[in-house]
Design a protein around this ligand. Structure first.
Ligand SMILES: Cc1cc2nc3c(=O)[nH]c(=O)nc-3n(C[C@H](O)[C@H](O)[C@H](O)COP(=O)(O)OP(=O)(O)OC[C@H]3O[C@@H](n4cnc5c(N)ncnc54)[C@H](O)[C@@H]3O)c2cc1C
Length: 397
């Protein structure tokens, strides 16, 4: 079916990937009906500030709202989850009945991974989680964060800024996987300088509940060390929201919907179904799978997939988003390229005005693409990405 024949596109999901998909549909000239199904009771908002400005109460709930296209034929249905999919009959099931579509965008994102479902674990994924965490922190003196990825470390940074006594436990050195030992080491130093205790427990970590209750009171390492906190937050990654697709016949890999580089779930059988953002994993031409659970990926992949929905193979394929940023412990960090650069950078420059740092790692045996990282550097993300694209072209040439 060509774009001109599409009359009703259903977008399942209610956050940045879903909104970008709706906006791209309109920008590309689609003039049919868009129905957006969101499980949440709130209009689409961004999650990025939940661990930063919103948790610190610098931003309000309203500041987080994503712009909704003012569009008479965009039907946003809140508290309306997609519960099942029949791609042959082109039906999405919802609690209010079946919805037929002739184009479908799957953008149901991910939820926080839980380590002990039998306990009342505190996690941070939705605005309501942020409200609850804020309330608990306001009555607490200490916070234990289980998981030292970017999310856990951002919460640790915000909580330290609020004056709490903060401990982060992980099985690997916090942030190494994403930022590489050099930059991660600099963040860890900044964290420790702000009084945050970082614990690496290679022997493993398990949550410990109240005796007889469900409240999490701390974490025990495999070698028998206990760490407690008035508040305990699990920040142990995410799980794609794909259970509603269980009987659809779509291909899943580790719970994520497998898509081709055009965002299509099965170009031969269902060219009118695409999946985008945190719920999707892209299978590249060489068979490798790549899933990047970041804001930039959600936006760029949604754009690519919607263009392929409308224009088929003529639309450019997706290039995995290579940009990520985080702000914590007074460090504004932007990374373009392969995550986790190891070894010494080939270029290291200090900006004379800001004192910010630019680091570049050229490709090496274990690093097929270059990586550039800025720390408190004024270079704008777009310029950093352009510079990086040029480096990549030079290398490819
Ligand atoms: C606290 C926090 C901080 C972050 N900070 C950064 C950052 O600094 N930089 C960065 O690049 N990225 C950051 N991220 C990651 C970024 O927010 C995600 O990659 C992005 O939100 C993914 O967008 P998405 O629309 O694919 O999925 P999601 O944001 O997960 O949205 C999916 C939506 O679909 C809804 N949904 C789920 N199931 C159904 C269903 N069956 N039917 C209908 N609707 C459904 C969900 O309720 C949700 O509204 C952060 C994430 C969190 C949680």
């Amino acid at each position: 079916m060509r774009s001109s024949e599409l009359r009703h596109v259903v977008v399942a999901g209610g956050s940045v990937a879903a909104m970008t998909a709706a906006q791209t549909l309109r920008m590309e000239g689609f003039d049919g009906i868009i129905t957006m199904l969101s499980e949440e009771e709130r209009s689409p908002y961004t999650r990025v500030p939940l661990s930063k400005e919103r948790l610190a109460d610098i931003a309000t709930d309203d500041d987080l709202q994503l712009a909704t296209p003012s569009d008479v034929d965009l039907h946003l249905q809140l508290c309306m989850p997609a519960t099942a999919l029949d791609p042959v009959a082109q039906l999405v099931r919802t609690p209010a009945g079946d919805l037929s579509y002739d184009g479908l965008v799957i953008a149901t994102g991910a939820r926080a991974r839980r380590l002990a479902p039998e306990l009342d674990e505190l996690v941070l994924r939705q605005l309501e989680d942020c409200h609850l965490l804020q309330e608990r922190l306001s009555a607490a003196r200490s916070l234990l964060v289980v998981g030292g990825g970017f999310l856990g470390m951002e919460v640790a940074s915000t909580a330290a800024g609020l004056g709490l006594d903060v401990t982060v436990v992980d099985v690997v050195p916090p942030l190494d996987r994403l930022l590489g030992p050099l930059v991660a080491g600099r963040v860890r130093k900044a964290a420790q300088a702000q009084g945050v205790r970082l614990v690496v427990a290679e022997s493993g970590i398990g949550l410990v509940g109240d005796r007889g209750g469900k409240r999490v009171r701390g974490a025990m390492t495999g070698d028998g060390r206990f760490f407690g906190g008035d508040v305990v937050l699990t920040a142990a990654g995410d799980v794609p929201n794909s259970s509603w697709l269980g009987r659809s016949g779509l291909s899943l890999s580790n719970g994520a919907v497998v898509v081709d580089p055009h965002g299509r779930v099965d170009a031969a059988s269902f060219p009118n179904v695409v999946a985008v953002g945190d719920v999707a994993v892209t299978r590249l031409g060489d068979g490798r799978e790549t899933r990047t659970a970041t804001w930039t990926n959600a936006v760029e992949q949604a754009g690519t997939a919607v263009r392929s929905l409308l224009h088929g193979e003529e639309a450019s394929p997706y290039r995995p988003a290579d940009y990520f940023w985080t702000h914590q412990f007074g460090l504004d960090i932007k990374l373009v390229g392969s995550p986790g650069p190891s070894g010494q950078p080939t270029t290291s420059r200090i900006d004379p005005v800001s004192g910010g740092t630019l680091l570049v790692w050229q490709p090496a045996a274990n690093r097929p693409a270059p990586t550039a990282v800025t720390i408190n550097h004024p270079m704008r993300p777009a310029k950093l990405r352009r510079m990086f694209a040029a480096t990549r072209t030079q290398i490819a040439g």
